[in-house]
Design a protein around this ligand. Structure first.
Ligand code: ATP
Ligand code: MG
Length: 611
């Protein structure tokens, strides 16, 4: 069983009007962070000087330690406290942007804290990947001349002391009931619990038993240390919760030094207090734990181990995003059962996957600002995230030409073996990025869908006897086409009008309605492109009685060979482009080889999903 398990959020409601509110605020430039209830609380605290008297010793510690330090130069302290037992996902990005964003905006600091009090499950691989992703999102933990990267397991000594302080104050006792007895005596939502027969044992006896627990004199699970609160409390979390358990398990940081470990709900408020956190922001499922959080800190303040002002916990709604799953268990399931290629599969909503997909840190920060922070659970439309990526990529990505479904276009009146330069702007919004040269020659690749033998109404591209402009090149007239035995068009023929080259005087003397993109066949790079789409075909995977695996979109990846302008051969891994008329693509960071990049489709130019 997972000791860390907390009550999970109840069924989430869809807040229909939320989407409208969010959709309204679609500025194109980085937006000023929207105000939210947490900012309201911080504004109030700063105005009232709630946290002004705090001291900070430069390292985490108890009240005496901090009292000897300077007044805290940080106006607020927040923290991002992942458990290093998995990879970060898009939901974590919301929490990262919130906590680090608040620290940035309020002249504070956000601690990067690994909540590694649970032995066995934590691994260095996760620690590395988490720090990498937080940095990738654009945040850091260096502030006021110091790094604020912390490991909760470094506080095991202090946590142990805190437990002894509680026992000595008569606020905790060692309980020797079996797990089953404890479960029965906890009561239910409608019935109060029953006091344990060990509840009134003396302070001395509890203290010596607790030391025996620490010294390894008792078997795993034979006894626990419990807070002494109220077995009749309507909040089950206050019915004498366990705060320390015996568990002989190797810990990645402390090795075999401990055979007792603090429970998460006890460890967390202590971590916040030792680090001088002012605003401890967590997701809504911890709301019922808040009274215990406060109880622990208040009791230790009474006993002199901690000092006021104490950290305060505030809860916000976790991110639920349509068309993906953000539960650690399901993500592990998808990876381990090979529904995807690994933790950084570009289809996955992990940050490692999103980065490979071409999603941008700026896009995530914009998304976090746009969706805001609320007190009630809701679902956010995946399109909002995609729009944020489009908006940021539209600013940053240079334009290139790619023919994804190529068919030959032969310019019969263009000399074979000859070629010439055409000039294409790198970024229409940034003329300072200049133009690049693309070669034109007799044989080109164009998109199959840009030719219609029998054009439908409103089709303005290439058709028999029709005129069309080759973007950045000449106007051409279609003179014929060839078909194979199955009636499939294989080659299209045309003639170019020599005086119509884009950028030359009089080039627009011939008016055409259509404009198509192309790549010279002898100057093209035939590249592997992975056309990614959403991992699930249903907005709420697994809703109703379905298994969420049934909702996997089998077309979430399609691999094609496309014809790209030659310069893309030199694209460096991780470079993003807009392929004109198609969308945004990134040179894959993992499987590309130099001079032969593979491209991943990040997102289409427009939202094609809803149609
Ligand atoms: P676990 O089930 O292991 O607790 P977790 O997703 O909560 O999984 P943590 O490593 O504990 O993982 O999360 C670190 C921080 O990220 C926590 O403060 C948590 O509140 C926040 N977080 C996790 N998921 C989301 C989400 N979907 N939206 C917003 N914040 C999230
Ligand atoms: Mg958690």
């Amino acid at each position: 069983m997972k000791e860390h398990a907390t009550p999970r959020r109840s069924q989430c409601k869809i807040m229909a009007n939320l989407y409208t509110v969010i959709a309204m605020s679609s500025e194109k430039t980085p937006i000023a962070p929207a105000s939210n209830f947490i900012r309201g609380i911080i504004d109030r605290d700063l105005a009232q000087g709630t946290n002004a008297s705090r001291h900070w010793a430069g390292t985490p510690g108890d009240a005496n330690h901090h009292a000897a330090g300077q007044p805290d130069p940080a106006k607020i302290r927040t923290r991002f406290p992942p458990e290093p037992n998995g990879y970060l996902h898009i939901g974590h990005a919301k929490s990262i942007c919130l906590n680090f964003g608040l620290a940035r905006d309020y002249e504070g600091v956000c601690h990067m804290r690994f909540d590694d009090t649970n032995p066995e499950k934590e691994e260095q691989e996760y620690v590395d990947s988490i720090t990498e992703m937080v940095k990738w999102l654009g945040f850091g933990w260096d502030a006021f001349g110091k790094s604020h990267l912390y490991y909760a397991s470094n506080y095991f000594d202090l946590m142990y002391q805190a437990a002894e302080v509680l026992i000595s104050a008569g606020k905790a006792y060692v309980d020797e009931q079996s797990a089953e007895e404890m479960r029965i005596n906890r009561g239910t939502l409608t019935e109060p619990g029953k006091n344990s027969p060990w509840r009134d044992r003396s302070i001395e006896e509890s203290l010596s038993k607790f030391r025996e627990m620490r010294n390894g004199q008792h078997a795993d699970g034979s006894m626990v240390l419990r807070a002494k609160i109220d077995m009749a409390s309507p909040n089950i979390n206050l019915r004498d919760p366990a705060i320390y358990r015996i568990k002989r398990a190797h810990h990645h940081n402390t090795g075999d030094q401990w055979c007792i470990y603090p429970m998460y709900t006890f460890a967390h408020p202590l971590e916040d207090a030792f680090e001088g956190i002012t605003h401890s922001i967590c997701t809504l499922e911890f709301e019922d734990q808040r009274p215990f959080y406060d109880w622990v800190l208040e009791r230790l303040a009474e006993a002199g181990m901690l000092a006021h002002p104490l950290p305060k916990q505030y809860e916000f709604a976790r991110l639920n995003l349509t068309y993906v799953v953000l539960s650690k268990r399901k993500l592990i399931d998808l990876v381990e059962n090979q529904h995807v290629s690994g933790w950084d599969d570009p289809r996955l909503p992990t940050l490692a996957g999103a980065r490979r997909r071409g999603y941008t840190p700026e896009g995530f920060r914009l998304f976090a600002d746009r969706i805001g922070v609320s007190k009630s659970d809701s679902w956010i439309e995946y399109t909002i995230l995609e729009d944020c990526m489009r908006e940021t990529l539209n600013q940053s990505a240079e334009r290139r030409i790619a023919v994804l479904d190529p068919i030959k276009l032969v310019i019969d009146n263009y000399p074979a073996g000859q070629s010439e330069d055409c000039f294409a702007p790198n970024h229409p919004l940034k003329p300072e990025l200049g133009k690049r040269t693309v070669k034109l020659s007799q044989e080109l690749w164009i998109e199959r869908e840009d030719f219609m033998e029998e054009p439908s109404k409103g089709f303005f591209r290439l058709m028999p006897d029709g005129l069309v402009r080759l973007r950045y090149g000449y106007v051409v007239k279609c003179t014929g086409f060839e078909k194979d035995a199955h009636g499939l068009v294989t080659t299209i023929h045309c003639e170019y009008l020599p005086d119509t080259k884009s950028g030359t005087p009089g080039s627009d003397s011939v008016k055409v309605k259509g404009n198509i993109h192309w790549v010279s066949a002898s100057h093209a790079y035939a590249a592997e492109i992975r056309m990614y789409d959403r991992l699930f075909k249903e907005a709420h995977p697994g809703s109703g009685d379905r298994d969420y695996l049934e909702d996997i979109n089998p077309n979430a990846i399609t691999t094609i060979i496309a014809q790209l302008e030659l310069g893309l051969k030199e694209a460096s891994a991780g470079e993003s482009f807009q392929f004109e008329r198609h969308g945004y693509f990134i040179a894959d960071q993992k499987e590309s080889v130099a001079g032969k990049p593979i491209f991943n489709r990040t997102v289409t130019l427009k939202d094609t999903w809803q149609k």
